[in-house]
Design a protein around this ligand. Structure first.
Ligand code: 16G
Length: 278
């Protein structure tokens, strides 16, 4: 993180902050705080300016420097920094400082594969196999997949990476009868959706997906290389082919510090849902 090319304002000295940044107009970094407005809120604005100016990976001046520069208590600076950390704009690296976070990967509403999602953002998608087995369909799974209880299901566990960084874990379950040979097919660094198309001639068409917030257990956090107790998005997706036959049930855990979900809301959907009694 601290290799060459990391821009840091530490090196220029906080007394030069307004002009030395040069990346934002000087007037956006006030010399002194306005005594009629809450100090914390003003510091947050200053920090937001620094986030934009420094860009991802840039290092923030220390709390002490900021406190001296703006004549406030370190606790006030810490509060403002914490607020931007909570908002995902900054992150702290122990013993190294506070840095501007990478922008999050946004999941759009299109039905895409992980590989397509990453490629579109200029990142290289990867898949690290964790395990694969054929299991009998449980009563809970057989309903959604529309197969009989006990029918063979291929259960595929993978870590998904973007530019080698773990982003998500996935447990996909697909009916073996629909995809014979999937239990032995090599899926390392391979798109499952590509394989379904190429090898079995099945195209994903639409999906029902739910997302909820969860707290990562220690073994999940370890796989994703984040701290245990960090929040994650849990997606449960049931994917269908063009004839409406379910082909895949997936539970994924996505890092909440690297991922974001975008939804597009339309008024007419409300009327349709009310009409459908949802
Ligand atoms: C995404 C899907 C997952 C699907 C996978 C296929 C979410 C939450 N999940 O990760 O259901 O199995 O893509 O990706 O988006 P692949 O074709 O790259 O293997």
């Amino acid at each position: 993180m601290l290799g060459n090319g990391v821009r840091t304002l530490d090196t220029v000295g906080l007394d030069q902050l307004p002009s030395a940044t040069m990346i934002r107009p000087a007037h956006e970094f006030p010399d002194a705080l306005d005594e009629h407005r809450p100090k914390g809120a003003q510091l947050e604005e200053i920090l937001e300016g620094l986030v934009v100016g420094l860009g991802p990976g840039g290092r923030l001046p220390s709390e002490r420097q900021l406190a001296e520069r703006y004549g406030v208590a370190r606790m006030t600076v810490r509060g403002a920094v914490e607020s931007l950390i909570t908002g995902g704009l900054l992150y702290r690296s122990h013993g190294q400082g506070t840095f501007v976070a990478q922008p999050r990967i946004v999941q759009s509403e299109a039905l895409t594969s992980f590989t397509e999602d990453m490629r579109r953002r200029g990142l290289k998608a990867g898949a690290v196999p964790l395990g694969r087995e054929v299991v009998p369909a449980s009563p809970l799974l057989s309903g959604p997949l529309q197969i009989t209880v006990g029918a063979p299901v291929v259960r595929i566990e993978r870590i998904r990476t973007a530019d080698s960084e773990p982003i998500a874990t996935e447990v996909a379950q697909l009916p073996l009868e629909r995809f014979p040979g999937l239990d032995v097919f090599d899926l390392s660094d391979t798109s499952l959706y590509d394989a379904l198309r190429r090898e079995w001639g099945v195209e994903v068409h639409h999906a029902d997906q739910r997302v909820q917030a969860v707290v990562l257990r220690s073994e999940e956090a370890e796989l994703l290389r984040v701290e245990a107790g960090q929040a994650a998005f849990e997606f449960v997706r049931l994917t269908f082919d063009a004839s409406g036959v379910p082909i895949e049930h997936v539970r994924s855990l996505y890092r909440s510090d690297r991922y974001q979900v975008r939804t597009h809301l339309h008024r007419s959907v409300f009327s349709a849902e009310v009409a459908a009694g949802e």
